[in-house]
Design a protein around this ligand. Structure first.
Ligand code: NAP
Length: 258
């Protein structure tokens, strides 16, 4: 069993979760695809109203949601609350700006008498999201909000040490009115990620994580001719100039790294 809440301070196994079965994964793909077909033509206002409701719930339930982050990945309370607030802001940003960001754009043409050219954004379909444990809600919020507003549906494979945070976000979105299949949390195994990517109803993958895992998942996506967007590990050099205020730099270096 891969998925478990383990208190990072004491090492106590608080709760374990069975891996998804292949049948559950197949059902989740089917539902996500069905929801995609039903929702891709829905007006922007219908999508936005759901995200706005999620914003309201995140605000109202900040204490419970942040307590879950502290339990599962040890984020101190103040930082956990900042993460919930950040997720709220991300959802709010897309509610406000997504329609304009996705608006069709006219393109210049050689001869206007021959017609017009437009750049349009079309939804793709079902997309799996593989996410890491360090910002359990923020990682979902920043992928889900733009994808859902663009008309796509998501299958979430979160890190195995934050199963309750993943389930809590899925539940919050359901209560906000997200149709079943809009965001599905799956306790998927690694081989099931390959199975998902090979399904013709799935059109790409988003992943945040280590370079090693990114390379492996992108290779599977590439072989299946699916798109992938990867946000991988690594840190730039921390350059301290001669005239820097040293104590301030030290404080920010420690903050940035930890
Ligand atoms: P990781 O091992 O790559 O895990 C990330 C996700 O990939 C988890 O959900 C993990 O699930 C899953 N995974 C692992 N092996 C897999 C496989 N073979 N096939 C499919 N999915 C697989 O990353 P991590 O070390 O926990 O997370 C931190 C990494 O993410 C660091 O390298 C960090 O720098 C990077 N990161 C980068 C950013 C950024 O802003 N660029 C932000 C956050 C994190 P399991 O938990 O089940 O293994």
């Amino acid at each position: 069993m891969l998925y478990a809440t383990i208190n990072p301070f004491t090492g106590e196994v608080v709760k374990t979760f069975p891996d998804a079965t292949d049948e559950e994964v197949r059902n989740a793909i089917a539902k996500a695809h069905e929801t995609f077909l039903n929702w891709k033509e829905a007006p922007f206002s219908a999508h936005a109203a759901i995200l706005q409701k999620a914003v309201d719930l995140l605000r109202k339930e900040t204490d419970q949601l942040s307590a879950l982050l502290t339990l599962e990945m040890g984020k101190v309370t103040a930082e956990a609350k900042v993460e919930v607030k950040l997720s709220t802001q991300i959802l709010g940003y897309y509610v406000k700006h997504a329609e304009a960001l996705l608006a069709p754009e006219d393109l210049p043409v050689l001869d206007p008498a021959e017609g017009k050219a437009k750049f349009v954004h079309e939804p793709l379909g079902v997309l799996p999201a593989v996410e890491p444990w360090n910002f359990p809600y923020y990682q979902i919020a920043r992928i889900m909000a733009p994808q859902f507003l663009a008309g796509n549906t998501l299958l979430l494979k979160h890190a195995s040490n934050v199963p309750q945070s993943a389930a809590a976000f899925e539940d919050l979105m359901k209560r906000a009115g997200l149709p079943e299949g809009g965001l599905t949390n799956l306790y998927a195994t690694r081989s099931q990620i390959e199975m998902i990517l090979n399904d013709p109803r799935v059109h790409g993958v988003v992943l945040t994580g280590s370079e090693e895992v990114g390379s492996s998942v992108a290779a599977i996506a590439g072989k299946a001719l699916k798109k992938s967007t990867l946000e991988l590990g690594g840190a730039d050099a921390f350059v301290v100039l001669k005239d820097a205020e040293l104590q301030k730099k030290v404080d920010w270096a420690v903050f940035g790294r930890h």
